[in-house]
Write a protein that binds this ligand. Structure first.
Ligand SMILES: Nc1ncnc2c1ncn2[C@@H]1O[C@H](COP(=O)(O)OP(=O)(O)O)[C@@H](O)[C@H]1O
Ligand SMILES: [Mg+2]
Length: 354
């Protein structure tokens, strides 16, 4: 079902992405050490990843880094690995058995994250290397934080010594993901390592329309061409929004409801981001809101955003402060060249107070 809102895991539920899925499969088959799947939120990274993992003849574990808070600790990190291993225990039992610091209790895998028998990630990877394995880290930029270097050291070690392991990293916040990998920086653990990147782009208007028509026809409802065109144009080829729109339209037959629902979701995501900023500085958080609103309303250059922010605050603003905000919004893949990458984020940002 195309309009199923969960990430797709089977090829028959995935619209197109033939090229991207084969690229990932091909890179796995070639035994590449690191594959990166990048693209904005809702573009289909997890779906492409799951379909590829389903089709390759190699065991895999999927680690969902979205669960990590900003200042996560070793306990939280190892809990993710535990959960991932536990859900694949049928396939991995023999590899995990007998590793110091790993106990299998019923169908749960316990990992020693401190104390005696503590298992480092490097050791864990070395042991897992006994067999071919894909370790997928979904939304890997979340690994930033206090343990980032430990994780990167372990991946760098595996890159050099564990030829049986392939890491796949996905990331919506593309700038942050590249910064995490930081292969160009001599100081970085992953300096000089090569990774194969598959960047997911949006659907064309034609593809979006076909996606919607196919989805509606799976639900056996007939929908006029004008509606299909209007949804396709509004959501700018982002499959996650098209999926949501298809569902909401099927339920309400009301285009303004469709838009409103999407904008509310985007709004709550932006508010979460602002809330994170608030923890460090309420003033900076408010400036993020203002900058987003300025850009949403058409301030499309450095000078215009600065002017808009200064007008709003009735104050001169340090250019390094604004520079930081703009750079961060770019790293988060929210804006690029003073434009929103996601039109729904733009609509939501127009409503920010700031
Ligand atoms: N190619 C596709 N075909 C069908 N549905 C898709 C496709 N790409 C994404 N989706 C749907 O869009 C939503 C977001 O996809 P997901 O894979 O979670 O994106 P991401 O991981 O990039 O945020 C999900 O509901 C998913 O089912
Ligand atoms: Mg995802």
């Amino acid at each position: 079902m195309l309009f199923d809102e969960r990430p797709k895991a089977r090829r028959e539920d995935l619209f197109d992405r033939v090229k991207e899925v084969s690229e990932v499969i091909d890179a796995i088959d070639k035994g590449r050490p690191i594959i990166v799947l990048s693209g904005i939120r809702r573009i289909g990274k997890t779906s492409v990843l799951l379909v590829a993992l389903n089709e390759v003849n190699v065991d895999s574990v999927l680690i969902d880094c979205r669960a990590l808070k900003e200042n996560y600790g070793r306990r939280e990190l190892y809990a993710l690995f535990s959960t991932a291993f536990s859900s694949k225990l049928d396939k991995l039992r023999d590899v995990l058995k007998g590793i110091r610091g790993v106990s299998i209790m019923g169908n749960y895998v316990e990992l020693k994250w401190s104390g005696r028998d503590y298992l480092s990630l490097t050791e864990l990877f070395d042991k897992l290397n006994r067999r071919r394995l894909v370790i997928a880290l979904d939304e890997a930029q979340r690994l930033r934080g206090p343990l980032a270097n430990e994780v990167k050291d372990a991946i760098a070690h595996a890159y050099d010594y564990d030829r049986n392991l392939t890491f796949i990293l996905t990331g919506s916040e593309v700038g942050l993901l590249h910064e995490l990998l930081n292969v160009d920086d001599e100081e970085s653990p992953l300096y000089g390592r090569y990774y194969h990147e598959v960047a997911l782009g949006r659907f064309s208007v034609d593809e979006s329309e076909e996606f919607l028509r196919r989805g509606f026809s799976e639900l056996s409802i007939s929908v006029g061409d004008d509606v299909v065109t209007s949804i396709a144009e509004y959501f700018d080829g982002i499959p996650g929004w098209l999926t949501l729109a298809g569902n909401v339209y099927a339920g309400t037959r009301d285009l303004s409801q469709v838009r409103e629902t999407a904008i509310k979701i985007a709004m709550s995501e932006i508010e979460n981001l602002i809330r994170v900023k608030e923890r460090t500085s309420p003033i900076v958080a408010r400036r993020y809101e203002t900058v987003l609103r300025c850009i949403a309303n058409g301030s499309n250059s450095w000078g215009r955003v600065l002017r808009c922010l200064e007008d709003e605050e009735g104050s001169t603003i340090s250019s390094s402060v604004l520079h930081n905000i703009i750079t961060n919004l770019e790293k988060l893949s929210i804006i690029k060249d003073y434009e929103f990458l996601d039109p729904i984020y733009r609509e939501a940002s127009k409503r920010l107070k700031g």
